[in-house]
Every structure is written in structure tokens, then in C-alpha cells.
Ligand binder design. Structure first.
Ligand code: PMP
Length: 392
């Protein structure tokens, strides 16, 4: 064939082993009828609340099924802006908001807004799996900056600055997937200082902002002089169990949002109006609705905490937020991937090897707290027993 595909698309993900073998194998085993507990992907075990679905239904029946305004409906942009202003104290209006097809499209848009072909784009490792592909997708070069387990997976200014020469942007995520870290004020101030010193754009993925178990979520956009250089990515997926609705946003300086409107025009041409109406309804239910969605993870995190305290083989990274616990399994002598494969074969439990989230996750496995409490407790117990047996 003489026609070739674009380098951009064929190299979007590097191919080969991607660390997801355990996940695929667990799915196959489950489909073959084997008893497997899947603690792999970040999706709630509850579905979108019926009242949100009713709002969606009413909006669709009411006729909101045509093209919706490309940057998002005025109602949703206003509601998101008010929520952000309220929670961060940073003046925010609809002109700072672009509604996107989930946080993922927001991440892609944000990289598009700030990176040119060949630019260096920093991100913190361990990282959410799509990050490097999102950066490559705009032709930029992904550059990982390690966050260390011995520092609770909080990235530090010196490491960022060491990688920042000639870089254009830095992507961070707090509360963090996969590590569960919630960045402290000191961490975020270090990040802000590094951004100022190297004139970086900061892309702040805050899709887990309603799932905080310890400390407080602080948006770096609220730090002094950061609003002009920060693009916040948000989403209804995690906060309202609306993963399949594909609705999120980018919040940033007006000028950036103006340009991103053009990107939306040429890619998605907006997000369905009835979904946006449902998002407005959901956000108007306030914090109580968010807490209801977060509550199961808060409970399971407490369960994990109790079980972990009764043994000394596996150590937990501080699970401060998000729907995961990151476990340090180095005392077993196994790599994360060996541990995960053997745990699947010998105990029927599927977890993600830490290094599927980058080199920084080595020696760890990520446990998604996404099955009901009793099954979660049983799975964690089996996991810890397995670890103790391997250690001998
Ligand atoms: N960021 C992080 C850290 C995530 O874990 C996810 C989903 N797992 C996303 C962004 C994207 O979520 P969505 O597109 O559903 O908003």
C-alpha cells in the first residue's frame, strides 16, 4: 500500500505491552464464567441517579435535541462558572468556560490550546493513562516528571524545574489517579513557582474534586497570579456518576476559551443539549448529591485503611482522595505486574499494576474501590493474605 496513515495517528499510543493485560485477561475470565472481582477501572458501581435521568428525558422530550450552542449552553456555562467561583473564590463567568465531551475532550482541547508541534509538555508520573497520548495527539512531546512514593506521590518543584527547560506546559492531577494523593498547598505553591519561573501553562485536571477523604481540594487556579496561566479540566463523570454522558469543561482565561470555541466547532460541534440540561439539574442538587456519589468510596477507603493497619507486608500510599488505593507491594519481592497477574490467577482478583501508570508506579498496584462494600472487604482481605503468603 503506498498510501500511509499519518504518523500522528499511528504513534498516538506506543503499542506493544501497555500494562492493561491484567485488565483484558480478567474480562476474558469473567466472560468465561470464572469468579473474578474486578478492581481495575475507575467507574462507579452505581449508575446515574434517576432524577438526573428524568431531567435528561424531560429536556429531550421538551425538544432540546437539535444542535446545542457550540461552547455549551448559557445555563450550563453559568452554572459551572458559579460553582467554580463559589468553591475557589476566583471570579469566573461563562466566558471562562467551554463545555466539552467529558474531561477527556477537555484535556485534549487544553493541550491543543497551549502546545505546538514539537513542544515539550510535562506531566506527573504516575499518571492517568491517556495523558501521553493526549499530548502526542497535538504533536507535542510528553515529558514525565516523577512523583515519588516516599514523598506521598506529591511532586516537587525541583523535579519539575529540572525537566522544565524549553517546556511549554505542565499537566497535573489532584485528587490524583492513580495514586490517591491530594496535593497540599505547599506542593501546589511549588508547582506555581515552577510555572512562573519557566513561564509554563498549567493544565489542572480536577475531575476528582468531589472525592476528597483527607485534607481539602485546592485548585491551583486560585493561587496568586495563576488564573492567567491555568486551564482547569472538570467533568460530571466522577462527581455525579455520569461517565457515559460525556460532559465536562475547560475553565481558563477568556482568550483561551475564545480560541477553543473554534476547536469545538471543528471537532465535536458541541455537546448534546439534553445532556447539558441534565448536568445543570445535577449541579443544582448541590453538594449533598455529590457526597452521595462519593460516599461509597469514602466507606471503602475506611475499610481498606482498617485492613491495612492489621498487617505489615503491604503499605498504602496515603489514599487522600479519588476512588483508588495505591498499594506498595515491594515487600513481596514481586513487581507490580507479577503481583497483579498472580493475584488474578491465584485469588481471582484483578487490580492494575502500578507501572501501567508510568515508571513512578513501579512496585505498586492500584486498587479501584468500585465494588460493593462486602465484596470489597473480602477482596482486600484476600489480596493482603496473598501478599503475606508470597512474602512468606
Ligand atoms: N482525568 C482523570 C484523572 C481520569 O481518571 C479520567 C477518567 N478516568 C478522566 C480525566 C476523564 O474522564 P471523563 O472524560 O469521563 O470526564
Amino acid at each position: 500500500m503506498t498510501r500511509t496513515l499519518s504518523n500522528r495517528i499511528t504513534t498516538l499510543t506506543p503499542g506493544g505491552s501497555d500494562g492493561w493485560e491484567v485488565f483484558y485477561r480478567a474480562r476474558q475470565m469473567a466472560e468465561a464464567g470464572e469468579d473474578v472481582i474486578e478492581l481495575t477501572i475507575g467507574e462507579h458501581d452505581i449508575r446515574t441517579a434517576p432524577d438526573i435521568l428524568s431531567a435528561m428525558h424531560d429536556a429531550a422530550r421538551g425538544g432540546h435535541t437539535g444542535y446545542a450552542a457550540v461552547p455549551g449552553t448559557t445555563a450550563l456555562r453559568d452554572t459551572v462558572a458559579a460553582r467554580i467561583a463559589d468553591r475557589t473564590g476566583v471570579p469566573t463567568t461563562r466566558d471562562n468556560i467551554l463545555v466539552t465531551a467529558g474531561g477527556q475532550a477537555g484535556l485534549f482541547a487544553a493541550q491543543h490550546a497551549v502546545c505546538d508541534e514539537g513542544d515539550r509538555a510535562l506531566f506527573i508520573d504516575p499518571y492517568y493513562t491517556t495523558y501521553p497520548g493526549t499530548i502526542r495527539g497535538v504533536g507535542a512531546l510528553p515529558v514525565p516528571v516523577l512523583a515519588r512514593p516516599e514523598q506521598g506521590f506529591q511532586p516537587n518543584r525541583a523535579d519539575i524545574e529540572a525537566a522544565a527547560h524549553g517546556a511549554k506546559s505542565l499537566l497535573i492531577n489532584t485528587p490524583n489517579n492513580p495514586t490517591g494523593a491530594v496535593y497540599s498547598r505547599a506542593t501546589l505553591e511549588g508547582i506555581a513557582a515552577a510555572c512562573a519561573a519557566h513561564d509554563l501553562w498549567l493544565i489542572s485536571d480536577e475531575v476528582y474534586d468531589t472525592q476528597v477523604w483527607e485534607g481539602d481540594h485546592l485548585s491551583p487556579r486560585a493561587l496568586p497570579d495563576m488564573a492567567d496561566r491555568t486551564l482547569v479540566v472538570g467533568s460530571m463523570s466522577k462527581s455525579h456518576a455520569m461517565t457515559g454522558s460525556r460532559v465536562g469543561w475547560v475553565c481558563g482565561p477568556e482568550e483561551v476559551i475564545d480560541h477553543l470555541l473554534n476547536l469545538a466547532t471543528h471537532t465535536t460541534y458541541g455537546v448534546p443539549g439534553y445532556i447539558q440540561d441534565a448536568a445543570v439539574f445535577a449541579l443544582n442538587q448541590g453538594v449533598a448529591a455529590e457526597e452521595k456519589v462519593a460516599a461509597p468510596f469514602r466507606r471503602r477507603r475506611a475499610i481498606a485503611h482498617d485492613l491495612l493497619a492489621r498487617q505489615n507486608t503491604v503499605r498504602a500510599a496515603p489514599a487522600q482522595g479519588a476512588m483508588y488505593v495505591m498499594l506498595d507491594i515491594r515487600a513481596t519481592g514481586l513487581s507490580g505486574s507479577e503481583f497483579a497477574h498472580r493475584l488474578l490467577d491465584e485469588a481471582g482478583i484483578a487490580v492494575m499494576p502500578g507501572d501501567s501508570f508510568g515508571a513512578g508506579g513501579a512496585g505498586h498496584v492500584r486498587v479501584a474501590m468500585t465494588v460493593e462494600d462486602a465484596a470489597f472487604e473480602a477482596a482486600m482481605t484476600r489480596l493482603l493474605d496473598f501478599a503475606a503468603t508470597v512474602r512468606g
